[in-house]
Design a protein around this ligand. Structure first.
Ligand code: ATP
Ligand code: MG
Length: 238
């Protein structure tokens, strides 16, 4: 069964039309990667799902219900959580406090201790303040804050952006663990290797329109697509 379906989704910032009749169908417990160049509309797609884009049209169904007219809070309560590109952790709160705060917001949260099992790095940093964490640690904390709220659908916007290769490797491992825990994941990525490693299904968009979709195993063989629509080798991780 599809957990999320987008049909003929259009999105706008003021007079600027950036998504054009976008279509997606995401199966429950799949890991889907949304690929595309800078400015292709990946973040806007995620914002359309969470309701945080200024204007959108079309139909967005979550578990068969139309959520396209629901409020941002309503959509969040339905179990869709976004980890935005700019990581959101409270700088003056400790790691535990950051997770506790997210835990308190949720109706049916996961156990806080489960987060430390998934993210052993954070276990060692329980008492550290958010502002003293490295970029990779902050990214893990951001994901933990979303995950502790027990979302059905986790949206990750460029989780590897700005992270060093060893940290990307750690993140790949923990996200592999996350996706084994009954969560559907939709992530955007510019790091194609990371995306293809973790994802099962991929969508490519360009200039706000669908270009290709299919199993990741098929995309690996399509160097033409990777060359044309993605900046292969020019990824964010240095
Ligand atoms: N707040 C905004 N106001 C006006 N235009 C915007 C805004 N945010 C994004 N855009 C425009 O919408 C288009 C899609 O942007 P979006 O951020 O969705 O792309 P992206 O695929 O996430 O790119 P990147 O890989 O750089 O993150 C771009 O042309 C961008 O300039
Ligand atoms: Mg983006």
């Amino acid at each position: 069964m599809n957990i999320l379906e987008l049909s003929e989704v259009n999105a706008y910032y003021g007079n600027s039309h950036v998504l054009f009749d976008l279509e997606m169908a995401i199966e429950e417990n799949d890991v889907v990667t949304l690929l595309g160049r800078n400015g292709a509309g990946k973040t806007t797609t995620l914002r359309s799902i969470t309701g945080t884009v200024p204007r959108r049209e079309g139909r967005i169904e979550f578990r068969g219900d139309d959520i396209s007219d629901m409020s941002v809070e309503g959509i969040s309560k339905r179990g869709i959580k976004l980890v935005p590109e700019e990581r959101r952790v409270f700088p003056t709160l400790t790691v535990v406090e950051n997770i506790q705060l997210a835990h308190e917001l949720a109706k049916d949260p996961r156990e806080i201790e489960e987060m430390f099992e998934i993210f052993p790095v954070l276990d060692d940093l329980r008492k550290n303040q958010g502002e003293n964490l490295s970029g990779g640690e902050q990214q893990m904390l951001s994901v933990a804050r979303a995950l502790v709220q027990n979302p059905d659908l986790l949206l990750l916007d460029e989780p590897t952006e700005g992270l060093a290769p060893v940290i990307v490797e750690d993140l790949r491992e923990v996200l592999g663990d996350v996706v084994d825990r009954d969560v559907t994941v939709l992530m955007t990525e510019q790091n194609v290797d990371f995306a293809l490693d973790l994802g099962e299904t991929a969508y490519i968009i360009d200039k706000g329109s669908n270009v290709w979709e299919g199993p990741v195993s098929n995309l690996r063989k399509r160097e033409d697509l990777l060359d044309e629509y993605l900046s292969v080798g020019g990824g964010e991780a240095e």
